[in-house]
Write a protein that binds this ligand. Structure first.
Ligand code: MTE
Ligand code: CO
Length: 390
């Protein structure tokens, strides 16, 4: 007679004693069994913890929303510890009436709630010359997808009155890096938000508490955190973050001037190097995420054999403009090695390119804006590895 499953036949500690009461954990946190689920940095990439980056554990998440405590962080001068009572937002430059707002003033404008992805232009940047980092957290984890509550920037600019020669805005951060970028006025008046909440609660300090700019679909660097000032001007400022940084060096040695929109991209999050297949052959769930700075993702294709055969994945969950999308592909694994790839199509008809296609146009000197198809090799034991196939 077979022995019973001890998970059923044995008493467990949690069957035998009372648990903690409601006041044990007034601001909740995940189960301690989930302690491995966290943002991680790459030691050699993060030599200095102040000007640093960590990565969202995409392989541990599902659905489309990134929990606040797992949203990757990128800061150039550390996390500013801003007192909201002393925080001000100034609007100056080419406006009829320069204005200064307190946080209380900002809260008196009508608000909107919208879900957007933020992707750092440097996401997948280490992969330009070849397969490098072993895990989607590190190759693709400079992205998060959050519901923001904020005031349309248009309302705030209209309050100040943009002069007819006001063609650009320059948001500025209150952190030690005092980050600035140039944004065309059309974008500022279109869908940008001055946000104070993420996923319902106040922005986390890491994400720019108490105020950040949301620039939907555009590179993460433009989403100025700890937002304290917006200057209106008649031309771009060409500051550091839009000249020596966040521009793309092409094969001929010239740099592209501005690349704002994040191209359509996807990655398989499971299986992946940090998330091997833990069972033997048979029914297997593959999943991943896709996004585009130009719209929605109506379709993702998946291949198990390095691109010989493509299958249409099953999209699930909300399909929102400039937001992450979730896809699944359930298949019967025969136990032989796999070469997994996903290929996203966005609502403009654009199809995510291969690494070879991207290099044909861009060369290999770029760091930023790598939206190429990612390949994972999975061996017969289910162990996955970051590889490149030609
Ligand atoms: N804003 C300020 N004030 N300071 C910064 O260092 N980093 C930028 C942008 N806004 C930065 C900033 C970069 S490069 C990115 S990718 C995003 O913020 C990262 O946002 P996150 O930390 O919420 O992930
Ligand atoms: Co960035």
């Amino acid at each position: 007679k077979a022995a019973g499953d001890p998970a059923i036949t044995e008493m467990q500690p949690w069957n035998q004693m009372l648990g903690d009461g409601v006041d044990a954990n007034p601001y909740g946190k995940p189960s301690h069994y989930e302690a491995h689920v966290k943002r991680r940095s790459v030691e050699w990439l993060t030599a200095d913890p102040v000007s640093s980056v960590n990565f969202t554990p995409l392989h541990e998440l599902d659905g489309i929303i990134t929990p606040n405590g797992l949203a990757f962080e990128r800061h150039h001068g550390g996390i500013a510890d801003v007192d909201p009572a002393k925080h001000r937002l100034m609007i100056n430059g080419l406006v009829d009436k320069p204005l200064v707002f307190t946080m209380q003033d900002i809260m008196r404008f009508p608000r909107e709630n919208r879900v957007y992805f933020l992707e750092c232009a440097a996401n997948s940047g280490m992969e330009w010359r070849g397969a490098q980092l072993n895990g989607c957290q590190f190759t693709h984890g400079m992205i998060h997808n959050v519901m923001y509550t904020g005031v349309p920037l248009r309302y705030i600019l209209e309050e100040a009155g943009v002069k007819t020669n006001g063609k650009w805005i320059m948001p500025e951060g209150a952190d030690a890096s005092g980050m600035t970028r140039s944004i065309p006025i059309e974008k500022a008046l279109d869908d940008c938000l001055v946000a104070f909440k993420m996923n319902g609660e106040a922005l986390r300090p890491e994400q720019g508490y108490p105020l950040r700019l949301v620039v939907p679909g555009w590179e993460g660097n433009m989403w100025v955190k700890w937002l304290r000032r917006i200057e209106v001007g008649d031309q771009p400022w060409h500051h550091r973050e839009e000249t020596s940084k966040y521009t793309d060096l092409m094969e001929n040695g010239k740099a592209r001037r501005f690349t704002w929109e994040m191209d359509c991209k996807s990655v398989i999050t499971n299986p992946s190097p940090q998330a091997p297949i833990l069972h033997t052959k048979g029914h297997t769930v593959l999943t991943g995420v896709a996004w585009s700075g130009r719209g929605t993702i109506p379709r993702v294709d998946v291949t198990l054999d390095g691109g010989k055969n493509w299958h249409q994945a099953r999209m699930d969950g909300p399909s929102l403009d400039k937001s992450m999308h979730r896809f699944y592909f359930e298949f019967d694994w025969d136990g032989s090695p796999l070469l997994l790839q996903s290929r996203a199509h966005d609502s403009t008809g654009y199809v995510q390119p291969t690494k070879a296609q991207l290099r044909e146009i861009r060369g290999v000197n770029s760091i930023y804006h790598n939206n190429a198809i990612q390949t994972w090799y999975v061996n017969e034991k289910g162990i996955a590895e970051n590889v490149e196939i030609s």
